[in-house]
Ligand binder design. Structure first.
Ligand SMILES: Nc1ncnc2c1ncn2[C@@H]1O[C@H](COP(=O)(O)OP(=O)(O)OP(=O)(O)O)[C@@H](O)[C@H]1O
Length: 263
């Protein structure tokens, strides 16, 4: 279980003001859970993810992963950002193996592991390509493979598909579900898109801004249904999906300044 318990974060701005980015946020990511945080720009989603990643300390509250307190970054948490962070001078396979290289894994072992992961993300034939030869969606696939290389317990994804066109975005969502199903990883995923959140999450937490807090939670089964049926269209056009989309939209419009990037 990944457990965030009453997490609060305050930032000190350059002009000496204090900004509260997170206000007593609590959530659990159980084994094989896929938790999606949804909310307007500035509601603290990235702050929450960065705290779980160990990139920034909490001002109050605790985060534990399988009972161990999170006190900094670690190989037990793999992170994927909206903007890929691939090294342009390294091939795809070497980018995927980068973390393993830092960890001192022998070259043959890390190559084999990286190639296995490239198969998982559908890029088997691009192992020797360089990042500039890939589309945005393909680069994000490499980023996912790289995050999985160290065999993390949890995958943390900060709007990974936010910069992709809508068709590629849908393909990436479906790919991510198949990776989730195959690896059984816990996933914490951030998005502005209501539809993306509903489609992917076993739980969706809706956040409101200033200060960021969770205002609603939904336990969902759409992602498990997709993992079984592979029929995204029938899920997204189902009346239940549509009514939840409207319910969440109403909650978000009630919170300050919401803009759904997917609308
Ligand atoms: N290092 C920082 N110093 C001061 N304020 C910060 C810092 N980082 C974030 N904030 C503030 O904290 C709040 C939450 O920011 P955060 O980036 O977590 O929001 P977000 O929901 O991820 O937004 P977006 O969707 O636009 O990425 C914002 O008001 C932001 O201005």
């Amino acid at each position: 279980m990944l457990k965030v318990d009453h997490a609060s974060v305050y930032f000190r701005t350059r002009d000496g003001q204090t900004v509260q980015a997170l206000d007593r946020v609590s959530l659990d990511i159980p084994d094989s859970g896929f938790v999606v945080a949804l909310g307007a720009s500035g509601c603290g989603k990235s702050t929450l993810l960065n705290a779980i990643a160990g990139f920034l300390p909490l001002s109050a509250g605790t985060i534990t992963l399988d009972g161990r307190a999170v006190r900094g970054p670690g190989a037990d948490r793999g992170v994927v950002f909206q903007k890929d962070t691939l090294l342009p001078w390294k091939t795809v396979v070497d980018n995927v193996a980068l973390g393993l290289q830092f960890a001192g894994t022998p070259k043959v072992v890390r190559r084999a592991r990286a190639e296995e992961l490239l198969c998982l993300v559908g890029l088997k034939d691009f192992a020797r390509a360089f990042p500039y030869e890939l589309s945005g969606g393909m680069r994000q696939r490499v980023g996912i493979a790289r995050a999985l290389a160290a065999e993390p317990d949890v995958l943390l994804m900060d709007e990974p598909f936010g910069a992709l066109d809508s068709l590629t975005r849908e393909q990436m969502q479906e790919l991510l579900v198949s990776i989730w199903k195959e690896t059984g990883k816990r996933i914490f995923f951030i998005t502005h898109s209501i539809e993306e959140a509903l489609f992917l999450g076993t739980q969706v937490v809706v956040m409101s801004p200033r200060p960021g807090r969770i205002v609603a939670r939904f336990d969902l089964d759409f992602v498990r249904e997709f993992a079984r049926t592979s029929n995204a269209r029938s899920i997204k056009t189902a009346p239940e999906f549509g009514s939840l989309r409207e319910e969440i939209r109403t909650i978000l419009h009630g919170s300050d300044g919401f803009r759904d990037a997917a609308e």
